[in-house]
Design a protein around this ligand. Structure first.
Ligand code: NAD
Ligand code: ZN
Length: 342
């Protein structure tokens, strides 16, 4: 089969011929229809320090996908050939304390599809049945192909109640944009989404931000004044991974404010802990999606009318992967979809 492979330990990806994966007794073989490009894939393309220490070469990368079941192992009973499925990219051990307690998102031994094991940028992908999300076929394939990052956005946005609250979202990448739409759908009052990229700020505005703030032009203090907010934000969603954005967030939370942190800082990050202590802030780290409560909620959100289609800004054939990665790196994109079936 054809696949996008990290073939050599240097920047780039290579379209290559690789074997179709073997199907174990607990596995499901999926014909990939659509995949989406994630920031993680860009890091692997760039071959940054994280990728160099994490990715074994050669490796088929990619973890955001949708497809149809084409084969199953003998232990798999509840799927049919042709079913539309997406997949949870965190393969957990099933044996640690958290896994045994059903808190699989807290597994200490998570394996990543397209990071630690063969990924989805290929004509076929094979994953354990426990990682298969049997999709509602009334949801479009495009939307199903971005369930992984949509799950990051859902997990983070719903970490604390947002109904009637004022929400600050730092970073209008694809995930910050989806979080904006979810917070709007879930009944937040003011949503202020920040970035410095006008293309992405436009999308955030379109997806429900009360104010899409260009941090190069105005401050959060200006916006709070303009909105008549006497106290700070009730809920903060950090989705930039940028230390300055996080510090700005800390300085603009109300007393008792709650922060969910998804963005991954590139290294150590010093903050003024007095703001956390004296303002009695709660900070919660978020990793991945809850298995499978987040997936259930995502499906429900789409069914009750959450429209994420504007976040998908580019669609191309997988052979155009170089262009796809280029447009993603430029920042002038939301989600970029690669089609594997025509
Ligand atoms: P992205 O890199 O596309 O978006 C980040 C955005 O933040 C960019 O648009 C950038 O312009 C903006 N930004 C940078 N500095 C800023 C500042 N000072 N103020 C405001 N905005 C600023 O990333 P994404 O794919 O949308 O993901 C969001 C973050 O979540 C990334 O840090 C990513 O690594 C992380 N992530 C974490 C998990 C997890 O499980 N914890 C999963 C997926 C992604
Ligand atoms: Zn585990």
């Amino acid at each position: 089969m054809r696949a996008l492979v990290k073939k050599y330990p240097k920047p780039g990806l290579w379209l290559d011929e690789v074997p179709v994966p073997d199907v174990g007794i607990n596995d499901v073989l999926i014909k990939v229809h659509k995949t989406a490009v994630c920031g993680t894939d860009l890091h692997i393309w760039d071959w940054n320090a994280w990728a160099q220490k994490t990715i074994p070469v050669p490796m088929v990368i990619g973890h955001e996908f949708v497809g149809r079941v084409v084969a199953m192992g003998s232990n798999v009973a509840d799927l049919n050939i042709g079913d539309i499925v997406s997949g949870e990219g965190h393969i957990v051990c099933g044996r640690c304390r958290n896994c045994l307690a059903g808190r699989r998102h807290l597994c200490k031994d998570t394996n990543g599809v397209g990071v630690n094991r063969t990924g989805a940028f290929a004509e076929y992908i094979c994953i354990p049945v426990t990682n298969v999300w049997h999709a509602d076929p009334s949801i479009s394939m495009e939307i199903l192909s971005i369930f992984d990052p949509f799950g990051n956005a859902t997990h983070t946005t719903l970490a604390f109640p947002v109904l009637g609250e004022d929400v600050l979202i730092t970073g209008a990448g694809p995930i910050g944009i989806m979080a904006t739409a979810i917070a709007r759908h879930a009944g937040a009052r003011y949503i202020v989404t920040t970035d410095m990229n006008p293309y992405r700020l436009d999308l955030a505005k379109k997806m429900g931000a009360t104010v899409a703030l260009n941090v190069k032009e105005r401050t959060l203090a200006d916006v709070r004044k303009e909105l008549g907010m006497r106290e700070g934000f009730d809920v903060g969603l950090e989705m930039s991974g940028n230390g300055d954005a996080f510090k700005e967030m800390l300085a603009n939370m109300c007393h008792g404010g709650k922060i969910a942190m998804l963005g991954i800082p590139s290294g150590d990050l010093a903050i003024d802990w007095n703001q956390v202590i004296f303002n009695m802030l709660t900070i919660k780290g978020i990793y991945g999606r809850e298995m499978y409560e987040t997936w259930y909620l995502m499906q429900s959100l789409i069914k009750i009318g959450l429209d994420l289609t504007p976040v998908i800004t580019h669609r191309m054939h997988y052979t155009q992967f170089e262009e796809a990665f280029e447009v993603m790196s430029s920042g002038n994109a939301g989600k970029v979809i690669l089609n594997w079936v025509e």
